[in-house]
Design a protein around this ligand. Structure first.
Ligand SMILES: CC(C)(COP(=O)(O)OP(=O)(O)OC[C@H]1O[C@@H](n2cnc3c(N)ncnc32)[C@H](O)[C@@H]1OP(=O)(O)O)[C@@H](O)C(=O)NCCC(=O)NCCS
Length: 180
């Protein structure tokens, strides 16, 4: 019955380790600063009081995600951690809208069974160091660290770690200039 489903969904929303528009009974809280902060401080591993998590952004395994000082997570961003690997966003990092972070890959070595049944390779942590800037719609893949004060161009796919004070862009992301 619909009413039972609604109550189940409310309970799920309160306890699930995720935030996003697909969790409507907590998602509305992102529209107001005080309720956003209360929700994020409860759900995330760390959420600084100066950070902002905007409506229409998603976070999965919030308890494994740390969001530092002055960080704004904008609409259509996807932070996808898991039980085995964290996503750490340090202080003063800028994240454009629609940036995706993933800490794991599906296994796909076997031909005899579907990928959906093969499990995962070991998950790998993502770290975005202090003061970096991730351009809109960039994708940060498992195991990547973005160095302090580095820039990732819009739409880039970052497959390997990026050193500090550089600009990387493209698919796969490559060095386009050093910040001197
Ligand atoms: C990465 C970026 C900051 C670089 O700006 P810039 O230093 O002025 O770089 P340039 O425009 O001089 O480009 C240098 C080279 O990199 C290439 N390049 C720049 N941005 C690129 C991108 N996002 N993807 C692929 N290549 C890119 C340019 O085509 C150019 O290549 P060329 O030398 O072969 O002509 C900028 O292009 C960018 O992507 N900004 C992100 C904007 C954004 O997401 N805003 C959201 C606000 S939070």
């Amino acid at each position: 019955m619909l009413i039972t489903e609604v109550f189940k969904k409310i309970k799920f929303s309160m306890n699930t380790d995720r935030i996003g528009p697909d969790i409507p009974f907590t998602h509305w809280k992102l529209h107001y600063k005080s309720s956003m902060l209360k929700l994020c401080k409860k759900k995330f591993l760390y959420f600084d009081h100066t950070a902002d998590f905007r409506a229409y952004a998603y976070a999965i395994y919030c308890s494994q995600i740390s969001i530092g000082k002055n960080v704004v997570i904008r609409p259509n961003t996807m932070l996808f951690a898991d039980d085995f690997a964290k996503i750490i966003i340090e202080d003063n990092v800028m994240v454009g809208s629609g940036v995706h972070f993933y800490v794991n890959n599906h296994k796909f070595d076997r031909k005899d069974i579907p990928i959906i049944e093969q499990g995962y390779y070991p998950s790998e942590e993502i770290i975005i160091k202090e003061g970096a800037w991730l351009g809109a719609n960039s994708i940060i893949l498992p195991g990547v660290t973005i160095g302090t004060n580095s820039v990732v161009g819009a739409g880039s796919v970052v497959t390997k770690s990026v050193p500090e004070n550089v600009v990387y862009a493209g698919i796969p992301a490559k060095l386009i200039k050093k910040i001197t």
